[in-house]
Design a protein around this ligand. Structure first.
Ligand code: NAD
Ligand code: UFG
Length: 337
C-alpha cells in the first residue's frame, strides 16, 4: 500500500510519515519546503530506519506534480500541503487562496487523471467559526473568520462536489483541533520560522530564553480562569489518526468527516503551569488585550472518530509538554542545529 504525502516535510506531515512507515506503508513525499526543511525527512528516515522518495516540487507546478503520479502508483494521498498562518492570511489573502486552492485543484485533477481516488485532507476546527455551544460535533454549522479558514472550508466543499461528480472517490476530512508536542525521540518537532504565532511554540521559546515572556491574550473570557481554552492534541496521536483513517476508509467511497481532538479543554494558564512542571523552567508572562478574532473556548466532541475509526487520543497534557520541551531543548534552533 503506497501513500503520497503532500506537505510531508512539515510539522504534522513529518510525524504522520513516521506513523505510516511504522505501520508498514510505503510512502513518497511531495513538498516545496516553503515552510519546512528536508532535514525533517532525514530524521524521519533515521527514526524509522526506512527510505522513501522525496519530490521537492510545488503543487502549483502542474507538470511536475503530474510526473510524480506517472512515475509511482499510489493507493491514496494524504494532503497536508498548504499555508497555515491565520494572521498572515489576512495580510496576503491572494497568496493563501492561490497556494491552498489552486494547489489542491491541481492535485485533485491529477489524482482523477491517474485513477487515484482516495484522499485524506487536513482541515481545521477553524471551519466552525464562532461555535455557539460546546463540545463541537461534526454537524455544527460552518463559517470562517479569516482567509486561511476560508481556504479550508472551500476545499472541503470542493471535495464534496468532486465526490458528487465522481462517486469512486473516498474523501476523508480530518478537522484538527490544536496540534502540539513532538515525537518522543526529540528528533522531529514544530519548527516555526520567525516569532511563533501559536501558544506552545511561543512558550517553548520563552523556556529556552529566546523570547523574554509570553503575552497572554486576554484574561476576561467566560472560562475557568478567564484565559482562552483550547483542545490540544499531541501530534503523534494526530499522526496515528491519519493511519487509522487510511486503514478504515481507504476504498470506502463517500465523504467522511471527523473531529480530531481529545475532547478536553485547557486554558492558557493551565498550559503555562503544565509546561513549567515538565520543563522545570519558569515561564514569565504578562496579561495583554484579547487577540483579534480569538474565541473564548473551543473543544471537540471526538466520539465519531472513536466509533468509526477506532481512534482516540492517548497522550495527555503532560506528554504534550514533555515532548515539546524535549524537542525544543535538544534543538534550540530547530533543524538548523
Ligand atoms: P507546516 O507548514 O509545517 O506543513 C505544511 C507543509 O506544506 C510545509 O512543509 C510546506 O513547505 C508545504 N507546502 C505549502 N504549500 C505547498 C505547495 N504549494 N506545494 C508543496 N508543498 C507546500 O504545517 P502543519 O502544521 O504541518 O500543517 C499541515 C496541514 O494541517 C496544513 O494544511 C494546515 O493548514 C493543517 N492544520 C494545521 C493546524 C496547526 O495548528 N498546525 C491546525 C489545523 C489544520
Ligand atoms: N495565546 C496566547 N499568547 C500567544 C499565543 C496564543 O495567549 O502568544 C492564546 C490564544 O489567545 C488562544 C490560545 O492561546 O486562547 C491558543 O492559541 P493558538 O494561536 O495556539 O491557537 P488557535 O486556537 O488560535 O489557532 C489554532 C491554529 C489555527 C486553527 C485553530 C483551530 O493556529 O490554524 O487552532 O483549529 F485554525
Amino acid at each position: 500500500m503506497k501513500v503520497l504525502v503532500t506537505g510531508g516535510a512539515g510539522y504534522i506531515g513529518s510525524h504522520t510519515c513516521v506513523e505510516l512507515l511504522n505501520a508498514d506503508y510505503e510512502i513518497a513525499v511531495l513538498d516545496n519546503l516553503s515552510n519546512s526543511s528536508e532535514k525533517a525527512l532525514d530524521r524521519v528516515k533515521e527514526i524509522t530506519g526506512k527510505n522513501f522518495n522525496f519530490y521537492n516540487y510545488d503543487l502549483l507546478d502542474y507538470e511536475k506534480t503530474d510526473k510524480v503520479f506517472s512515475s509511482e502508483k499510489f493507493d491514496g494521498v494524504i494532503h497536508f500541503a498548504g499555508l497555515k498562518a491565520v494572521g498572515e492570511s489576512v495580510q496576503i489573502p491572494l497568496r493563501y487562496y492561490h497556494n491552498n486552492i489552486t494547489g489542491t485543484l491541481n492535485l485533485l485533477d491529477i489524482m482523477e487523471k491517474h485513477h487515484v481516488y482516495n484522499i485524506v485532507f487536513s482541515s481545521s476546527a477553524t471551519v466552525y467559526g464562532m461555535p455557539e455551544k460546546l463540545p463541537i460535533t461534526e454537524e455544527f454549522p460552518l463559517s470562517t473568520t479569516n482567509p486561511y479558514g476560508s481556504t479550508k472550508l472551500m476545499i472541503e466543499n470542493i471535495l464534496k462536489d468532486l465526490y458528487v461528480s465522481n462517486n469512486r472517490f473516498s474523501v476523508t476530512i480530518l478537522r484538527y483541533f490544536n496540534p502540539v508536542g513532538a515525537h518522543e525521540s526529540g528528533k522531529i518537532g514544530e519548527n516555526p520560522k520567525g516569532i511563533p504565532n501559536n501558544l506552545m511554540p511561543y512558550i517553548q521559546q520563552v523556556a529556552i530564553g529566546k523570547l523574554p515572556q509570553l503575552s497572554v491574550f486576554g484574561n476576561q473570557y467566560p472560562t475557568k480562569d478567564g484565559t482562552g481554552v483550547r483542545d490540544y492534541i499531541h501530534v503523534v496521536d494526530l499522526g496515528i489518526a491519519h493511519v487509522k483513517a487510511i486503514e478504515k476508509k481507504l476504498g470506502e467511497t463517500g465523504v467522511h468527516i471527523y473531529n480530531i481532538g481529545t475532547g478536553k479543554g485547557y486554558s492558557v494558564l493551565e498550559i503555562v503551569s503544565a509546561f513549567e512542571k515538565e520543563s522545570g523552567k519558569e515561564i514569565k508572562y504578562k496579561i495583554c488585550p484579547n487577540r483579534a478574532g480569538d474565541i473564548a473556548a473551543c473543544y471537540a466532541d471526538a466520539s465519531k472518530a472513536k466509533r468509526e475509526l477506532g481512534w482516540e487520543a492517548e497522550r495527555g497534557l503532560d506528554a504534550m509538554c514533555r515532548d515539546s520541551w524535549n524537542w525544543q531543548s535538544g534543538n534550540p534552533n530547530g533543524y538548523d542545529d
